[in-house]
Write a protein that binds this ligand. Structure first.
Ligand code: NAD
Length: 262
């Protein structure tokens, strides 16, 4: 039986990913702050370390796939939680589980980004740079500066988009080495997907109208199962030559927003 580790497995896209892998016969080890095999707070370094130790305890020397799904959106306070969970909670586990993945069967990992990651301005952001430098304190400091300069609303958008943009870059930076060592690594960039996270964003008076007014060519929100299907495909041998890619699954929002960029 193949072993899949999923962060954020208790809710939304992570829960749908768990269900899909289980339906295909995999054993799933979930990591979350609640309702999971491994309870860990990925917003802290100690929580991330205990999650990695927990996987080693549950799985021994190898795992076959890893899906980094845990995340927080713009509504959380303090804003420092956004990079800590979205970026460090994904990257530290990717790197910490790499040796186990290397021992797996047709091993692959998928990181959940967001289509918003594709919309970052191309100029170098010090916040993104701090994330790529793996400097959590500096990323928090820069976010505080953004909050003081632009207000919490704009800063929360920068915190979220920047965390996902840095995650996409970090995964592409790893593609060369990981590929050479036999572990495939890809990203999935969902658009608005019907989960508890989206509901919180819709209920937030600061973000609800913006999200509701977004043009979605397929004319509806995505379902968690539709994201999980792509995640499952990317981890399966059917995707044996897909590596270092970021697959947008957003009902056409990105194509509508940026028709000339891909
Ligand atoms: P969700 O809120 O339904 O699920 C997120 C999960 O992450 C929860 O189970 C939560 O407990 C877990 N989590 C949060 N903080 C944690 C922490 N400190 N430690 C451990 N686990 C923690 O959200 P979702 O919509 O399923 O989001 C899943 C991923 O998809 C996120 O990375 C999110 O950024 C991304 N995403 C979602 C949407 C959307 O519209 N839903 C759009 C784009 C990207």
């Amino acid at each position: 039986m193949s072993i899949t580790v999923v962060t954020g497995s208790a809710s939304g896209i992570g829960a749908a990913t768990r269900t899909r892998f289980e339906k295909e016969g995999a054993q799933v080890i979930g990591i979350d702050i609640k309702d999971a095999e491994i309870i860990a707070d990925l917003s802290t370094k100690a929580g991330r370390e205990s999650a990695i130790a927990g996987v080693k305890q549950h799985c021994g020397n190898s795992i076959d796939s890893f899906v980094a799904c845990a995340g927080l959106a713009t509504y959380v306070r303090p804003l420092s939680l956004i990079p800590s969970v979205n970026y460090f909670g994904a990257i530290d586990l990717l790197d910490g589980l790499f040796e186990l993945l290397k021992q797996g069967r047709d091993p692959a990992a998928v990181v959940i980004l967001s289509n918003a990651a594709l919309w970052m301005p191309p100029d170098e952001s010090p916040y993104v740079q701090a994330l790529l430098n793996h400097d959590e304190d500096e990323a928090w400091r820069i976010l505080t500066e953004y909050e003081e300069a632009d207000g919490i609303l704009l800063a929360s958008g920068q915190a979220y988009m920047g965390s996902k943009f840095a995650l996409g870059r970090a995964l592409r930076h790893r593609a060369s080495n990981w590929g050479r060592l036999g572990v495939r690594l890809n990203g999935v960039a969902p658009g608005n997907t019907d989960t508890p996270m989206l509901h919180k964003v819709l209920e937030d008076p600061n973000t609800g109208d913006g999200v509701r007014s977004m043009v979605i060519p397929l004319n509806r929100f995505g379902k968690s199962e539709e994201i999980a299907a792509v995640v499952y495909f990317l981890c399966s041998p059917e995707a044996s030559y897909v590596h270092g890619s970021i697959v947008v699954v957003d009902g056409g929002i990105d194509a509508n927003t940026r028709p000339d960029c891909f």
